[in-house]
Ligand binder design. Sequence first.
Ligand SMILES: Cc1cc2nc3c(=O)[nH]c(=O)nc-3n(C[C@H](O)[C@H](O)[C@H](O)COP(=O)(O)O)c2cc1C
Ligand code: SF4
Length: 518
Amino acid sequence: MKARIYVARDSAAVAVGADRVALALAAAAARRGIDLDVVRTGSRGLYWAEPMVEVETAAGRVAYGPVGGDDVDGLFDAGFLDGGDHASRLGPTDDIPWLKRQTRLTFARCGVIDPLALDDYEAHGGFRGLARALSLGAEATIAEVEASGLRGRGGAGFPTGRKWRTVADAPAARKYVVCNADEGDSGTFADRMIMEGDPFVLIEGMTIAGFAAGASKGFVYVRSEYPDAIATFEDALGSARRAGFLGGNVAGSGFAFDIEIRVGAGSYVCGEETSLLESLEGKRGVVRARPPLPAHKGAFGMPTVVNNVLSLAAVPFILQEGAQAYADFGAGRSRGTMPIQLAGMAKYGGLFETGFGLTLGELVDDIGGGTWNDRPIRAVQVGGPLGAYFPRTLFDTPFDYEAFTARDGLIGHGGIVVFDDSVDMAKQARFAMEFCALESCGKCTPCRIGSARGVETIDRIRAGTARGEDITLLEDLCHTMKYGSLCALGGFTPYPVMSALRHFPEDFGLEIEPVGAE
Ligand SMILES: Cc1cc2nc3c(=O)[nH]c(=O)nc-3n(C[C@H](O)[C@H](O)[C@H](O)COP(=O)(O)O)c2cc1C
Ligand code: SF4
């Protein structure tokens, strides 16, 4: 019988040698006269174990990782094709504790199937959510998404079903679905993993959104730094069209929908939905004043659903299994699962999908395993460059939208960046202001000018000159940016700055905790 192994083609796995390992395994098999099928999958998200190799055995898949080129002969000698023992053996894949503790709804197929094999996708439940949506009708599809409690995974946590209903109710000759795949937040990679590892789930989610909202065209706005994701997704679009899942008659239903990729040139603010729409239309990425909301007047002036990749990729499960099956997971008003991305100095970095509600401490200490150099964790930034820094005293915060907001933080796109005790938090505060100054679209004064003055003020504080006055000035500046900025880039930059000042005053040369910005 032909032996079969699985090696990720995900760009993060490739970056640590997955292509080399796949080639070396195929070459070694040929030398040994073994008929070997090397299937390239997405990543399971255990980046700490990549390049990971999975072997199909009679008892299911067995994983080995990280596997280096030098391990290849040793693996064959150890009989790894039958699950044999080896230093890199992680055991049956489904029993690896890091994977077993997860609830994989959105990422159920990622790392399991060949991302470009439509039949593999369908064999694993693919397109059943779309079939149910088409049989339910648009109104009932929206009701199902509302009942699931799904909220936007791009950052703001706005209820997805409500957004779809607004677009569905807006009278217009043409409507659009725009998938936000800009993924600018530090420490995040889940959108990329979906586009590289399970692109059909995004196509299915967008098609359901289009059907529900009455849109005939979808765009995926993706960053140019994701060439592999773009190529894989483009390929998947072609297969979906050929199989009749996109085009003039989606799955024989009479509903017409197609998707096009638009590549951004690389700007953090182009992830903000209105500047994204400007950029998508070929203009400079500058934030639009609201109202009108994109749901009323979005792409090309037409009502538009703008959703993150993860929001859309959660939809097929909701339609296939029913709203309640999704809503059963989670905590409080944060329903379902969140694909959390552990990054920075986390010992076990990667993608961990779980229901909302685990504490930050459980995520970074227990699942993330602390830091890779075993130094103590000093701070954790959650939610990208605009997220607050949390010290250990806040590690009891449950991972859900409301709990983080209550502690002046945000969960954003689910990125968690871990810092060890060598971090200089005054430097991090400066970095936040500098980032805002560099990425500001320039439309409003508090952000454009405030961030530049913020950098100068922090520089003076760090240099130890005119300390007292400058702290007051920095707090005042943060207050103005928070309440006077047109969008969340200027409005949220005060969070990392003020949290650094509040929780780590000693790094600013202060002996007492300063009062917050409010
Ligand atoms: C500065 C800035 C950057 C943003 N970057 C992203 C991004 O990279 N991806 C994303 O999905 N949303 C991003 N957002 C949020 C979007 O404006 C918008 O809320 C989101 O795409 C809506 O989709 P959702 O409801 O599915 O979350 C950003 C917002 C701001 C203010
Ligand atoms: S806050 Fe900054 S990025 Fe947002 S509109 Fe104002 S200048 Fe542009």
